[in-house]
Design a protein around this ligand. Structure first.
Ligand SMILES: Cc1cc2nc3c(=O)[nH]c(=O)nc-3n(C[C@H](O)[C@H](O)[C@H](O)COP(=O)(O)O)c2cc1C
Length: 390
């Protein structure tokens, strides 16, 4: 069973990720993990923080001589900004005069709900953990999950479908997503250059006006065999697990599988992917006319690409802050402002990839098991043979 969790505060010393359950003998490339971290930091509309941080992972345990050894893996990513926060956010009590309060809760953040829940007089501790800086740890673990999936031929990437009102209206083929993700200069990770220019204009507009913008990313898992997940129990459905994984990302407010949203407004004849029997997905000869289902039917992967979208609300921190109330005086004030991104859709896509990779890796290990990569791969390929003979 693949288990994972993260620890760390936005301005604390470091983020730590724990991942256990990977089979022994999986080759781990630290360069790959760091490249994934770099990808999470890119995108037009990021704030000053990303200029300070250049995230690099330290593997503390579970990997020796370049391979997993089946013990839990701990990954540490330092916060370079910590040097500026040691007195404001010390582990010991420190000097209260130097602590940095978040005096008024920011609408759209966890500030007020978190302070009420944990009985904090102000929102500093809430902000520190609710912040999406935490996705750095998820991306590090997701990179390890991607390495496992890669051994089985499964790849996971993302692209940006919308920023504000600018959007791509057609399905983007896998090869174009690969090309977009391979770019060394990341603007908005949109595979359509015309739409990308319009997206940049959306970001420029909010940069000018002190506002913020949201959007939509799509994560695509390529070469996923049929048979992951099950309709047999509600919580074992792959669509449910993926939706939870994407929805767990900060600022994601809706999730769509395949053409899910437009499907709700369309007749069945225009939605369901007709079945044929030639030139199939590669796993079998069964073919589909299109992929409106997003690669999952009845909670089970069907051999098509898994396509899942995350819808992001606009960033909550505004340079021209919204109305709020001072925690101490209860008087109306403008919400606290702290350095912020104005658009994070490409970065959220990279975090989405991590969540999809972790979810698929867990599903793969549940189906195929294996304490070593030799065993996992043998079981996996035995199943592929079974599919070919179906
Ligand atoms: C990659 C990423 C980076 C983010 N950066 C910021 C940011 O700089 N400023 C901000 O106000 N919100 C940012 N957010 C969104 C907030 O973390 C999020 O809206 C907030 O924690 C409240 O959680 P909720 O939107 O899920 O309710 C970011 C989200 C993601 C996915």
């Amino acid at each position: 069973m693949l288990k994972y969790f993260t620890s760390g505060e936005s301005h604390g010393e470091a983020l730590v990720a724990f991942l256990s359950g990977l089979p022994a003998g999986l080759e781990v490339s630290l360069n790959f993990v760091n490249h994934e971290l770099w990808r999470r930091q890119q995108g037009y509309g990021r704030g000053g923080r990303m200029k300070i941080e250049r995230d690099t992972a330290r593997l503390l345990s579970g990997v020796r001589h370049g391979k997993t050894i089946a013990s839990p893996i701990a990954v540490l990513i330092e916060n370079r900004d910590w040097k500026n926060w040691q007195e404001q956010l010390p582990v010991e009590s420190g000097d209260p005069e130097l602590h940095k309060r978040v005096a008024s809760p920011r609408p759209g953040h966890a500030d007020l709900a978190g302070a009420l829940k944990y009985n904090f007089p102000e929102a500093r501790y809430v902000l520190e953990r609710a912040s999406a800086r935490e996705t750095t740890a998820r991306v590090a673990m997701g990179a390890l999950a991607k390495l496992l999936l890669r051994e089985l031929g499964i790849e996971v990437l993302s692209h940006v479908v919308a920023v504000g009102g600018a959007r791509v209206r057609h399905e983007v083929p896998w090869e174009q997503i690969v090309a977009s993700c391979a770019r060394e200069e990341v603007l908005l990770n949109c595979a359509d250059s015309e739409a990308e220019a319009q997206m940049k204009a959306e970001v420029d507009k909010v940069l000018r006006t002190g506002d913020s913008v949201g959007g939509v990313f799509e994560v695509v898992a390529h070469n996923v065999p049929p048979g992951l997940g099950t309709y047999a129990q509600w919580d074992e459905r792959l669509d449910a697990q993926l939706a939870a994984a994407i929805m767990s990302l900060q600022a994601v407010k809706a999730v769509e599988l395949g053409a899910g949203v437009t499907a709700a407004y369309s007749p069945g004849s225009a939605v369901h992917d007709e079945i044929g029997y030639e030139g199939g997905s590669g796993f079998t000869q069964f073919s589909r006319a299109h992929n409106n289902a997003g690669g999952i039917e009845g909670g089970v992967s069907n051999g098509q690409e898994v396509r899942i979208r995350g819808y992001l609300k606009p960033i909550s921190t505004l340079r021209r802050p919204l109305q709020s109330v001072d925690f101490a005086t209860r008087k109306p004030v403008k919400a606290a402002y702290e350095r912020s991104d104005v658009c994070v859709v490409p970065a959220a896509g990279v975090a989405g990839e991590a969540m999809v990779a972790l979810t698929l890796a867990r599903s793969v290990l549940e189906k195929f098991g294996g304490d070593s990569m030799t065993e996992t791969c043998r079981n996996f390929h035995g199943y592929l043979e079974q599919l070919k003979k179906f």
